[in-house]
Design a binder for this molecule. Structure first.
Ligand code: ADP
Length: 839
């Protein structure tokens, strides 16, 4: 709405007493305003026609309710503005567009005509009192103008031209009118202003309205800013990223996401997955396409897809089932081990005849370093398969076998699938080491998951939690290894065929070193026999003074050590010929790590030689018994387990019960305390098989008869003196042999096991069979022990027991120190092994 500043002109216009009325719907027009109007109603068009034909003037009256289509005189406000029609245009649709200019306010004195258009009698309204230029008025004008600026500043649209006019008006009445006309107020509000005759009052009212408007606009703006802030935060990053991408595109970088998806698609096709897996992979790929590439979830899916595509779903090697070649490979790699090799060849033969053999799982049991792993490698080499090795030692969590579900942060497949991926084929030779060392606790039982892995009936659809799609393990050849069978969970043990590999004798070690380990290490260190000659005596020295083991792992290590030292000197250009024998080996390997276990030089009273069995092979133990004045108590030391303690009690009770036969005074027991000690005291020991050894040492201490130094024994003893069978005979026999002990007393029921002992073990050894404790004592204490005559003889000597005490006390002093010497290095070895001895 514009305003014309031509007061002079309007003053001259005569306003008649009656005028046609133009009802307007949503607008109130003020004097001095110029305004275009679209007129459509018949009643209005006729009024305009009439005016154009006369003095071109009409009275514009606002309609109270703008929804009324055909207003009556009652629907109109009675105060309006007389306007001059400046221009008129007939529109094609029948409507008329007129440009009107407000001349003066006028009030209706009465309606003269209602048809075909309204004609009203009017009274011209002039300002009540022209405003004075007081300081208050000026302040008011200024404040209203400022408010108007603010309103515009807050976003209200007012034409800049109008703002200029407003800036220049100094008349409060006209200022109020102009602002009202341009604020877009509601009709009733604008009408209220129009009807106010007092210019200052009018401007004050406009000021109020502006104040409210400012408030409204401020709140509105605040709401908008808040809302925008919210959106901004999330959208900002998005915009930045899009910009970044745009820049990358501009710089010629390819669209990463599309490229990634393309790559995955290619990988999926290449992986030749089973249909089910392919479906899953496709599904995940579609998800990743829709996701923001940097989101955490996209990362998880990416890792998953990488796993899916890298697993050898249908990649396999072709088996070479040439039994003769397999035999050659096994012999090339291993000395002896005939039985095991034969069993392996049988296994491979069956496999050749029946391809989809659901055969047993082979399980190699034996001490460390006896070639379990290297046998596995040889099998894979013979078959032309890949080889993977996974250790199960310390696995307590089912998820380590079967993987974590993908919902876990950092989830990964279990060790089985990891091994398969590492192998790169779906039919490797898969070695599960230390199957005897899996545990189970609140995190689940890994052995049940292993059962599924090893069971040929169900492992064709092994479900890894991470993959969530089955993998066929039925082509994998599983081999398990362990040191002992006792701790392998029963159901697992049932599924496996156990092949025992025992420790080696010194002679065997020598052969293995000469034929396998030395050539291998020379080759690995880039030297040859021209440069380094290792004499047999040197190897023997290494075996006895630098290693103490059932297998040959440390032996190999020491040989490697020797080669390294030589290689260094050769590289330094110092020497190029080395002749290593027992005499000069210490120059290369340093001082001997172990002194060979000294065998007992003399037979002693109260010290019996027993045989123990540990995970690392067999071992010799000495059981010492001594007595002192006391009240018949028994003290047991040397970290003995419950079973062993009870076994000691039983041994003592048996000896007590045989006191007469042994030539002892029954009463003498009440006057003495008995102490049994089994070095090395720092190593826990348990098991019943030291029963006869303890009984022998007690009997020897009591009777004062020395135990034969060249006899070792093993067997459980009952209260009635029966000798019960034991396990690990071969390892124990080997240990005795290593110590130079020639005679071993074994339980009668272990006699059959002698047949299984290899010849090299039995060579030069005597195995004495004992059915009862009496038999044991007969052998160990010499023929006279346990005879009536001896008993009588000893009974005659008064205070015999007391004398014995003296003897026992004095004798073992020298012996003790020796035993302890042996014990000390024993302890070193065993502590390093950390094994518990089974006796
Ligand atoms: P394990 O798995 O039983 O602990 P390894 O297979 O690791 O033992 O054997 C240790 C080392 O000893 C390997 O280098 C292996 O080749 C060698 N070895 C063990 N037994 C023999 C053997 N009978 N003939 C040749 N080398 C052997």
């Amino acid at each position: 709405m514009a305003e014309v500043n031509n007061k002079e002109e309007t003053k001259e216009v005569e306003i008649p007493d009656t005028l046609p009325v133009l009802p307007v719907r949503d607008i109130v027009i003020f004097p001095y305003m110029i305004l275009p109007l679209f007129v459509g109603r018949d009643i209005s068009i006729k009024a305009i026609d009439h005016a154009l034909n006369t003095n071109r003037m009409v009275l514009l009256l606002a309609q109270r309710d703008l929804n009324v289509e055909n207003p009556t005189t009652d629907d109109l406000y009675l105060m309006g503005t007389v306007c001059m029609i400046m221009r008129m245009l007939k529109l094609p649709d029948g409507r008329v567009k007129v440009l009107v200019q407000g001349l003066s306010k006028a009030r209706v004195s009465g309606f003269i005509q209602q048809d075909p258009f309204f004609v009203a009698g009017i009274l011209k309204v002039t300002e009540e009192k022209p405003a004075e230029a007081t300081i208050e008025n000026e302040a008011l004008i200024r404040s209203v103008k400022e408010q108007m600026d603010k309103v515009v500043g807050l976003g209200k649209t007012v034409l800049p031209d109008v703002m200029v006019v407003i800036e220049n008006i100094e008349d409060p009445g006209r200022l109020a009118d102009l602002i009202t006309a341009n604020l877009g107020l509601k009709t009733d509000q604008a009408q209220e202003i129009l009807e106010m005759a007092d210019p200052v009052g009018r401007l004050t009212r406009v000021g109020e309205i502006l104040g409210r408007e400012i408030q409204l606009l401020t709140i509105q703006q605040k709401i908008q800013t808040e809302a925008r802030g919210e959106i901004d935060k999330t959208q900002r990053e998005y915009f930045l990223r899009e910009q970044l991408k745009a820049i990358q595109r501009e710089l010629g970088d390819i669209d990463e996401r599309a490229e990634e998806v393309r790559e995955f698609r290619k990988k999926i096709d290449e992986a030749k997955m089973p249909e089910k897996v392919m479906k899953e992979a496709d599904k995940q790929l579609r998800r990743i396409e829709k996701m923001h590439p940097d989101s955490a979830e996209a990362g998880t899916i990416r890792t998953y897809l990488e796993w899916l595509t890298e697993i050898p779903w249908s990649k396999s090697t072709k088996d070479q089932l040439d039994i003769r070649k397999a035999e050659k490979v096994l012999n090339d790699d291993h000395y002896d081990l005939e039985k095991v090799k034969e069993r392996i060849l049988e296994y491979l033969s069956v496999r050749k005849l029946k391809e989809k053999m659901k055969g047993p799982i082979l399980c190699f049991i034996g001490p460390p370093g006896v070639g379990k792993t290297s046998l596995g490698r040889s099998i894979s080499r013979a078959l032309g398969r890949e080889f993977v090795r996974v250790s199960l030692g310390g696995v307590r969590d089912e998820a380590e076998i079967r993987g974590h579900r993908r919902t876990y942060v950092g989830a990964l497949p279990g060790r089985i699938i990891q091994g398969i991926k590492q192998a790169g084929t779906n039919n490797p030779v898969f070695m599960l080491d230390e199957i005897d060392k899996i545990g189970s606790d609140f995190r689940g039982d890994p052995s049940s998951a292993l059962l599924e892995v090893l069971d040929p009936e169900q492992n064709n659809s092994f479900a890894d939690h991470y993959l969530a799609v089955p993998f066929d393990l039925s082509n994998v050849m599983f081999i398990t290894t362990g040191n002992l069978t006792d701790t392998i969970p029963g159901p697992l043990r049932d599924r496996m065929e156990i092949l025992y590999l025992s420790g080696y004798t010194e002679e065997e070690k020598l052969q293995i070193a000469k034929k396998y380990l030395i050539p291998k290490q020379l080759d690995e260190h880039g030297i040859n026999t021209k440069i380094l000659q290792i004499k047999e005596s040197a190897v023997r020295q290494i075996i006895s003074h630098y290693t103490r083991e059932a297998g040959v792992r440390n032996l190999e290590r020491e040989i490697a050590n020797l080669c390294r030292k030589v290689a260094k000197r050769v590289a330094e250009g110092k020497e190029d010929n080395f002749d290593v024998s027992a005499k000069n080996i210490h120059k290369y390997l340093g001082v001997p790590k172990y002194l060979p276990e000294e065998e007992m030089k003399v037979s002693e009273v109260g010290v019996a030689t027993g045989l123990a069995w540990t995970e690392a092979g067999g071992d010799v133990i000495y059981v010492e018994a001594t007595m002192m004045k006391g009240k018949g108590n028994l003290t047991l030391t040397g970290q003995l387990g419950d079973v062993m303690k009870e076994s000691a009690q039983a041994a003592l009770s048996y000896i007590k019960s045989r006191a007469v036969v042994l030539g002892l005074n029954e009463d003498s027991f009440s006057g003495i305390d008995m102490h049994i000690h089994v070095p090395a005291g720092a190593i826990p020991k348990d098991g019943p098989s030291a029963g006869i050894t303890m009984a022998t040492s007690i009997a020897s201490a009591l009777t004062g008869r020395p135990v034969r130094k060249d006899v070792a024994m093993t067997g459980e003893v009952t209260l009635r003196g029966r000798v019960l069978p034991i396990g690990g005979l071969k390892e124990k026999a080997l240990a005795a042999k290593r110590m130079g002990i020639k005679t071993v007393i074994i339980p009668h029921r272990n006699k059959k096991d002698l047949d299984d002992l290899p010849k090299y073990v039995k060579e030069g050894m005597t195995f004495e069979i004992a059915e009862t404790m009496d038999d044991v004592l007969k052998i160990a204490l010499g023929s006279k022990a346990g005879t009536k005559g001896a008993a009588q003889k000893s009974r005659t000597s008064a205070g015999h027991a007391a004398k014995k005490i003296k003897k026992v006390k004095t004798l073992p002093v020298a012996k003790r120190s020796k035993v302890t010497n042996a014990t000390r290095h024993d302890r070193r070895v065993k502590a390093s092994r950390g094994n518990k001895k089974k006796v």
